[in-house]
Design a protein around this ligand. Structure first.
Ligand SMILES: O=C(O)CCC(=O)C(=O)O
Ligand SMILES: [Fe+2]
Length: 261
């Protein structure tokens, strides 16, 4: 990850989350929102989504196809400037999931898994939302905040598994507040060993410098303070950019098929 990202690292969380406020402008946000195709949604119980250029095959392969221009411009250039995908096999995203959450909707705690290079870049549009971050090792039950011990306080014979070890010294579970037009990058240990989810609530509550890990990076913490630590959800659309590891060229399939005849 490039050094221009260092200033945006969310300190106090396992490596690495980066939060960049105002990654896109109000005009760019409006333009993207207006171009999301209305007929492409798949409806789930608690949200709806669409995959571009398409859903992965059963063995997690992407059928190579270009992404629509509104998803690549202007964000690809900005990813490049910041080196977001410089360490992934294709050096840029080849897949985008668009998720829409209305007030009261969310997504269960989960990990994104091994079909992708371990870098996800999430652009938030419309409403703000809290991402709940929890550790795989401690489960995802929200039984209050627990702080695991710093690694250097443990003796090296400790029988803790890798997941626990890598989250030591960090306050987890915690929350990342995602403002509209922001970018959140999840990579490394954070990608591998943590779970993320969005609570199905109409209001995020109790938001403060103490409970929100990226408070110091927010564009407008005053908005939350003025609202008494509450975020009344509006409709939020997220674009999650990823580099799918296995890509199959449609053309080679067609020609391979023809050659067999
Ligand atoms: O909407 C988000 O910010 C999270 C979406 C997500 O976790 C996913 O698509 O895997
Ligand atoms: Fe996810």
């Amino acid at each position: 990850m490039s050094s221009s990202l260092a200033a945006f690292r969310i300190a106090g969380l396992p490596p690495d989350f980066y939060y960049i406020p105002n990654f896109i402008s109000v005009e760019e946000e409006a333009s993207i929102l207006q171009k999301i195709p209305a007929q492409r949604w798949t409806h789930l119980t608690r949200r709806r989504l669409q995959a571009h250029p398409s859903t992965l095959t059963k063995n997690n392969t992407l059928l190579a196809a270009p992404l629509p221009a509104y998803l690549t411009h202007p964000v690809f250039q900005r990813f490049k400037e910041r080196g977001v995908f410089e360490g992934t096999p294709h050096r840029q995203p080849n897949h985008v999931l668009i998720n829409e959450y209305r007030p009261g909707e969310g997504i269960m705690p989960h990990e994104d898994g091994g079909a992708y290079a371990p870098v996800v870049a999430t652009v938030s549009l419309g409403g703000a939302v809290c991402l709940e971050v929890s550790s795989k090792a401690s489960g995802n039950e929200d039984d209050g905040t627990t702080t695991s011990e710093p690694a250097d306080c443990k003796d090296s014979e400790g029988s803790l598994d890798e997941g626990l070890t890598s989250t030591m010294g960090y306050t987890i579970p915690t929350r990342i507040f995602q403002e509209p037009r922001s970018l959140l990058i999840t990579t490394g240990v954070a990608y591998r060993d943590l779970l993320h989810g969005i609570a199905s609530v109409e209001v995020d509550e109790g938001l403060s410098a103490k409970t929100v890990a990226n408070w110091g990076l927010l564009a407008e913490p005053g908005v939350i303070e003025d609202a008494g630590g509450r975020n009344v959800r509006g409709t939020r659309i997220s674009l999650t950019y990823r580099d799918v590891l296995k890509v199959s060229s449609a053309a080679s399939k067609v020609f391979g098929g023809l050659q067999k005849r």
